[in-house]
Design a protein around this ligand. Structure first.
Ligand code: 3H9
Length: 695
């Protein structure tokens, strides 16, 4: 009995194995089993003289089935299957198209020949899942493309096209179209070529400098992939090709792969992979079938944020109308965009031709009447309720009835903004993160009146511009900034208790965060959140609440832009703890009767991370986030939370919610502060032995 996931048919003297496992032909158990059975059958069939492996659907195999990794292993294992391909007595040709990744690429490399459609992407992205290639990738790729390419591709996980110099040697033939017929006739041509050379028999391609390159990579990755196991293991495994036979190298690779697969880092990164896919799913009514067509975009405000948002649309080919109050503002905004693209050209990320094409997609205007044909407006003006309400009411009169109007506000109540229009059902939040053309995250804010067609359209658009989007509910700061304010609150309190800014930042970097919270605050300007706090009457009425930051702003220390904030900055922008700021905190602590103490690294980490978890739990409890994974996606992509920790909610699940609750309860008992009151949801889950992922 053949597995329905793989079929065998004969075309003249060629055995054609077709894999059919949508959406990406992942190597599930059924596919492995099917491949093994059809392969054995084709090899034993006297009429078959060569074999072609092809896939139906949109891509050749895109990797092992990631959803199987957390489960008990099921035979046949991929390395055993690939051994049979490598040892086949009949030549095997892989017909490549789409994204040939991970185990899919290892399968292709295990065939004797590869024929590819132009534009086919290849890669070993396992490190992005906290893994190394586990079916020979680290031993096969150095034999086909050389040591340096193997190091570069495997430790970065990046994809390259078959035409790129790094992929030299992968494809025996690259063709424009008609892949299957070309593959069959290629197989007929090579059917009797002898001897049959499988990849494991090739010598490792290396140059004299390759011996020292390993330590260079180790040092580079210790920084770039700080704290991560998989990239270092990948280097060890590739280095083995210099001293071990193919079989021995394979055995070592398998051991490293299993070590990585069992690690909490890989568990966290796999969670992140699936959470990002799930985040883009919106539960909506069956009446809403299709997203609205959105082709023409307008951005209100050409400042840093508006400019970045405009870039993220034109980068994906959308025409954008940039709107400002004066031509001077427009010129300044456009100059900023041109400068940012110029830097990308200098850095080799885009060509001059691409830059010109992108700039040509931008039209500018100061006249709202020019927006009558626009499908979606993103407002990125000054953070003031009055300003935004007046913009929305003007937009409402000039935009066509079906147009969607979005606000990029970080904190303001969009329900209130929507009231200034007669189309509140077509108003929502699109909260980009700065720099908007670089940061992948987009919080899509569902307001009280937002209809489902509008929401679904925004989500579809986010995917078209390459963003990772999550739909969130309306509250102060939405999900990300609301949690960030709890994280920042603790950093501020610790300053009054006697910790220094550098102590706090170092503790969080040691924990794995990309940057320290106070450095981030100094960079973005302490006054921004200060103003937002002043506009919000619902924040905790506690004299300690953000008092350290308040003091700084009120004494003119706004951050890097004034060369003084939480830190002081010298003429080269180098930061250091500032005795003046420290004295300010100490004095305030004295007058507010906050006892000074030695603050340990661990207690800083506990206070900041558990503040995130408790607030995340409240957000989930209130239904502001649809799933705990959405909160993780926001923190991983918007706030530098380490991917190998999976996000704050996944991390809490890993710790076990009983222990998390007990720590939060102790902090509540010790401080007596309302904000440490454990979330009801956390209590309920901890008591019933459940996790956030069960919600
Ligand atoms: C590996 O191979 C290890 C081996 O070395 C050794 C083994 C022993 N498994 O992204 P999309 C699902 S590690 C299971 O929206 P796109 C995905 O969840 C693996 N499911 O499409 C989604 O499901 P849903 C190395 C997978 O066109 C649906 O497919 N390979 C897998 O934008 C569509 O996904 C990778 O890491 C999978 N491997 O992009 C490749 N891949 O519709 C990971 C996808 O229910 N995948 N799904 O939400 C990708 O990078 C992208 O999915 C790909 C397509 C570029 C292929």
């Amino acid at each position: 009995m053949h597995s329905p996931a793989v079929s065998l048919e004969q075309r003249a003297n060629i055995g054609l194995l077709t894999i059919n496992n949508p959406p990406v032909n992942a190597l599930s158990q059924a596919v492995r089993q099917g491949l093994l059975e059809t392969l054995r059958k084709a090899i034993s069939d006297k009429e078959i003289e060569a074999i072609v492996i092809q896939c139906s659907g949109k891509t050749f195999i895109a990797g092992a089935d990631i959803s199987e990794f957390g489960k008990p292993p099921m035979r046949p294992y991929l390395p055993d299957l690939l051994k049979e391909l490598q040892n086949s007595s009949k030549p095997i040709v892989a017909a490549l198209f789409g994204t040939v990744l991970g185990g899919g690429f290892e399968t292709a490399l295990s065939c004797h020949y590869r024929i590819a459609l132009t534009g086919t992407k290849i890669g070993l992205p396992e490190v992005k899942l906290g893994l190394i290639p586990g079916a020979g990738g680290t031993q096969l790729l150095p034999r086909v493309c050389g040591i340096e390419t193997a190091l570069e591709l495997i430790t970065s996980g990046k994809h390259v096209t078959v035409e790129s110099p790094q992929a030299k040697g992968v494809a025996n033939k690259i063709i424009e179209a008609d892949l299957l017929n070309h593959a069959i006739s290629f197989a007929q041509q090579v059917a009797f070529h002898k001897p049959l050379v499988a990849t494991p028999l090739l010598d490792v391609k290396m140059s004299a400098s390759d011996k020292i390159i390993f330590d260079q990579y180790r040092a580079k990755l210790a920084k770039r992939s700080r704290g991560q196991l998989a990239p270092q293991r990948a280097i060890d495994s590739i280095e083995n090709t210099l001293s071990l036979s193919f079989g021995q190298g394979l055995e070592k690779e398998r051991a490293y792969f299993l070590e990585c697969r069992e690690s909490s880092q890989s568990g966290a990164m796999r969670h992140a992979f699936f959470a990002e896919k799930a985040a883009a799913r919106v539960t909506h009514s069956p009446h809403v079938k299709k997203p609205k067509m959105i082709e023409k975009i307008a951005i209100i405000g050409a400042g840093t944020m508006g400019g970045g948002i405009a870039m993220s649309f034109v980068d994906s080919g959308f025409p954008v109308t940039l709107v400002e109050t004066t031509t001077q503002n427009l010129e300044r905004g456009l100059a900023g965009i041109t400068q940012r693209y110029g830097k990308m050209v200098k850095g080799g990320r885009i060509s001059q031709v691409q830059m010109n094409a992108r700039l040509n997609l931008i039209t500018t205007t100061c006249d709202y009447q020019d927006l009558s044909e626009i499908d979606l407006v993103v407002e990125a003006a000054f953070e003031s309720m009055d300003v935004k309400r007046s913009i929305f009411s003007k937009l409402d009169t000039v935009c066509k009835p079906e147009a969607i109007i979005a606000s990029n506000t970080s904190y303001l109540n969009i329900d209130e903004i929507a009231e200034s229009t007669c189309r509140a059902n077509q108003v929502l939040g699109m909260h980009f993160f700065s720099p908007a053309n670089i940061m992948k995250l987009l919080e899509i804010v569902r307001c009280k009146e937002t209809d489902e067609a509008t929401l679904v359209s925004a989500v579809a658009l986010a995917k078209r511009i390459g963003k990772i989007s999550t739909v969130v509910g309306m509250c102060y700061g939405f999900v990300g900034n609301r949690m960030y304010s709890c994280y920042g609150r603790e950093a501020n309190l610790l300053l009054l208790e006697g910790a220094t800014p550098s102590q706090i930042d170092k503790a969080m970097i040691a924990w794995g965060m990309a940057m320290g919270p106070l450095t981030v605050n100094d960079m973005s300007g302490i006054d921004i959140a200060y103003k937002a706090r002043k506009e919000n009457p619902d924040l905790p009425d506690d004299p300690l609440y953000f008092q350290a930051a308040n003091l700084l702003v009120e004494s003119g220390r706004l951050g890097q832009k004034t060369k003084a904030g939480f830190y002081q900055y010298d003429d080269f922008g180098i930061q250091s703890d500032d005795p003046v700021a420290l004295a300010l905190f100490r004095q305030e602590a004295l007058s507010l009767e906050v006892p000074q103490r030695e603050v340990s690294q661990e207690s800083i980490q506990t206070r900041l991370i558990y503040a995130l978890i408790n607030e995340g739990s409240k957000i989930l409890e209130e239904g502001i986030a649809q799933r705990s994974g959405d909160i993780d996606v926001i923190w991983l992509n918007g706030y530098g939370f380490p991917r190998y920790m999976g996000g704050p909610m996944f991390y809490a699940d890993m710790l076990g919610l009983r222990s998390v609750l007990s720590t939060i309860q102790s902090l509540y008992d010790e401080t007596g502060k309302d904000w440490w009151k454990p979330s009801e949801l956390l209590i309920e889950l901890a008591q019933t032995g459940k996790s956030f992922s069960d919600v």
